[in-house]
Design a protein. Structure first.
Lengths: 520, 231
């Protein structure tokens, strides 16, 4: 028996179809970045709302058979979902394998019962967790003998929460403010109980025909304190009226208190909700640039990146200085970029084209570099260096490129004194979007120009100035203005050109396919 | 002669580069504390302690003598830069004045005061990073062009009276290609000093006082200058 179970555990561990099944379930039920999960969530919300709708409809009408069948179908899906989550909750076979291998290692007899105990405990823990109970309550009342519990079907509505991340955050507000809210509740109960008792003492003795027992007094106090005031029970005695006034005054305080607690904590949560939203959005991008630190240079960078339709994400700890510029239309996460957990959540993956680190503190920059390198070794990192002496340390930490702000600016200053006209022109051609642009054109594998002389390319036709090229064999060596008759174009060569935006676009397609020759 | 007013971090970098290129320059620093700090760097003979609030001090430094070509206002205090810019401009209308500016508002005021160009290190850094991401190769080339120790450079050639290029059209010029140079464009005096790229202005006519911008090896550019010079 024990042997069979161990064999089974190993079989499951090695089984590819089990792994496939498990990742499928994970994608469907847990992984928020997946399309499947999103679709599944929407479907479930629809199921919940439609079946509750049937419940409401049922009150005054007879439900057609097809809807009853539909409800059974939905319940069936609910059961499958619950089972799926039950399977995902804990991997039993792993526990068996671990315990078994440990026993082997320690040369002790393997006791399957203890493993099974742990598994049972873990599984039961899941079954009685809040989420699972809501799921079960949504399923069980459909069973005929339990029809009485039909009201519990409304619990299905709670299931909706499960499928919506933002709604979940709102529930968390109540959990986090447990202390304040419970204090408030105590105060509330005290006020109600106190005034109900006074009213009952003065008017419960038959003076007020509507107050037959203590429950009526409680009901009256509750309706009054909530500012609803139906008026079906009104105080008759002097004392009763006085206590009503006191009660109303207190109720305002309590309501104000309650409102402020909930609003303030929702406000706090709102940033978190926005952040979650940003993160799930950013994961959909094929490629984006991560910028840590948003100061004046960050602003300049973001402006130019935006003009070129790059996707970006900014992480900045401090509130952003308004004098620098607005950040309405960019994704900003207000957090510490040295925080590895945050970076993990964002996912330092291949869809980050480049990480740019721009804070004005080299120690912070260093720490961010190390945090990122601990998660990913290959992503290009460009870091700002504020002191010349720390340059080496940033390199050592793993920055691929380092920019020293004053050094760069000094070079520009030199440009201005050496050749002001030329410098401004050349400065413009790198960023100016109206005038001419400098650009690099890669020769892709299927280009018809591969193996041909440079003179075969009709630069003049596109009004393009050819500056030079980078050979793929030696990508760091720029060859300025090579002889067009002697140079043979190869795959992965880069042509450096200056021209107008339109003609550059045309030229790129021309290099790739020679198509525009026909048009031109 | 180049004067650097204010020994900020940027000024330190600029003096480093100027020193490397063996250019003649002087640093003026009004504050005693910074002055002492500046004296610790190598070029002590070039550092002077002027306030520059008095025009006489500027004149003493030769601002209106024609010897000084460029004034860098690199003080960290914007108002001081503004003041010195106005004083220098009133003394010498032809002087190239380059000032440090860290935001657009300051730039506007400096422009009114008569500055030739402004430098915003943060903006430059931001743009530079953008270029590195977007066009890494182009940035490398531009840097090569700006660095003094590179063979490749970008130069301006003014058309003197009697030059062989006077009156020629862009499309007719073969002399530039002959020297293995690239003509980037021209700054035309008739068109309010607008810069015209060679790829657009094929039918553009070159006149005296226009400035050609060419790119290539330093020796080739010198040979070109020699050839087109008027007799």
């Amino acid at each position: 028996m024990t042997n069979t179970i161990i064999k089974l555990a190993y079989y499951i561990e090695g089984s590819k179809s089990y792994q496939k099944f498990r990742t499928f379930l994970l994608h469907l039920l847990e992984d928020t970045s997946r399309k499947e999960k999103k679709f599944f969530d929407l479907l479930m919300i629809f199921f919940v709302i439609s079946t509750v709708g049937i419940l409401v409809y049922e009150v005054q009408h007879t439900v057609p058979n097809i809807l009853i069948q539909y409800e059974y179908f939905v319940v069936f899906i609910f059961i499958l979902e619950w089972l799926g989550r039950f399977i995902l909750s804990f991997e039993s076979h792993k526990q068996i394998i671990r315990d078994y291998e440990e026993a082997q290692f320690l040369n002790m007899p393997y006791d399957i019962v203890s493993s099974l105990k742990i598994i049972t405990r873990k599984k039961l823990h899941y079954v009685f967790s809040m989420a699972s109970i809501i799921d079960l309550l949504a399923i069980l009342p459909s069973y005929r003998p339990l029809r009485i519990l039909r009201v519990f079907l409304l619990f299905r509505l709670f299931k909706v929460l499960r499928y919506s991340n933002s709604l979940n955050q709102f529930i968390k507000v109540f959990v986090e403010k447990k202390l304040e809210l419970s204090l408030l509740l105590m105060l509330y109960i005290l006020v109600i109980f106190f005034s109900a008792t006074i009213l009952y003492v003065y008017e419960g003795n038959g003076l007020n025909p509507k107050i037959l027992h203590f429950g009526d007094a409680i009901y009256w106090a509750f309706i009054t304190v909530s500012t609803i005031g139906y008026g079906d029970i009104t105080p008759m005695s002097e004392a009763g009226k006085i206590i009503t006034v006191v009660l109303i005054l207190t109720s305002y305080t309590v309501i104000a208190f309650f409102t402020s607690i909930v609003t303030s904590s929702i406000n706090e949560k709102l940033d978190g909700i926005k952040e979650l939203n940003i993160i799930s959005n950013i994961k959909k991008y094929k490629e984006y640039i991560l910028i840590c630190g948003y100061g004046r240079s960050g602003h300049a960078l973001v402006q130019s990146l935006k003009l070129n339709y790059h996707n970006l994400l900014v992480i900045e700890k401090e509130p952003i200085d308004i004098s620098i510029g607005k950040t309405d239309d960019i994704h900003v996460i207000k957090d510490d970029a040295t925080n590895i957990d945050l970076l993990k959540q964002i996912g330092i993956n291949r869809n980050i084209k480049e990480v740019v680190i721009l804070t004005n503190n080299d120690a912070v920059n260093l720490s961010i570099i190390l945090s990122i390198r601990s998660l990913n070794k290959d992503i290009p990192i460009l870091a700002r260096c504020n002191r010349f002496k720390t340059k080496n340390k940033l390199k050592l930490a793993g920055a691929t490129n380092i920019i020293e702000i004053n050094e760069t600016a000094a070079l520009v200053a030199m440009g201005y004194i050496k050749a002001p006209i030329a410098y401004e022109a050349i400065d413009d051609i790198l960023v100016d979007y109206k005038g001419a642009l400098m650009s690099e054109v890669e020769v892709f594998a299927y280009s018809p120009f591969i193996g041909q002389k440079l003179s075969a390319i009709e630069f003049d036709k596109f009004h393009i100035n050819f500056i030079g090229l980078f050979h793929h064999e030696n990508p760091t060596n720029f060859i300025f203005n090579p002889d067009k008759e002697e140079t043979i174009l190869q795959e992965k060569d880069f042509l450096i050109i200056i021209g107008y935006e339109r003609s550059i676009d045309d030229f790129k397609t021309y290099i790739q396919s020679q198509k525009s020759i026909m048009i031109g | 002669m180049i004067i650097i007013y204010g020994y900020s971090k940027l000024a330190a970098e600029i003096s480093f580069l100027l020193n490397k290129e063996k250019r003649e320059f002087m640093v003026v620093e009004p504050e005693p504390r910074v002055y002492k700090f500046a004296m610790r760097d190598k070029y002590t003979d070039k550092i002077y302690k002027y306030e520059f609030y008095d025009d006489q001090e500027l004149i003493d430094c030769g601002i209106n003598s024609g010897k000084v070509t460029t004034l860098f206002c690199m003080h960290n205090d914007f108002t001081k830069n503004l003041f010195v810019t106005i004083s220098a401009r009133s003394l010498n209308p032809k002087l190239q004045i380059i000032s440090l500016s860290t935001n657009d508002n300051d730039t506007k005021k400096l422009k009114l005061a008569g500055v030739t160009s402004t430098i915003n290190p943060y903006e430059i850094a931001g743009l530079n990073i953008f270029r590195r991401i977007d066009k890494p190769m182009c940035v490398d080339i531009i840097y090569d062009l700006l660095h003094s120790d590179s063979n490749l450079t970008i130069k301006e050639i003014r058309i003197e009276p009697g030059s062989i290029l006077d009156g020629k059209f862009f499309s007719e010029i073969t002399v530039i290609k002959k020297h293995n140079l690239i003509l980037l464009g021209i700054q035309d005096k008739e068109l309010d000093n607008e810069f015209i790229f060679s790829s657009r202005g094929i039918n553009h006519k070159i006149d005296v006082d226009d400035t050609l911008v060419v790119m290539g090896r330093i020796c080739d550019i010198e040979r070109l200058k020699e050839e087109i010079k008027g007799k």
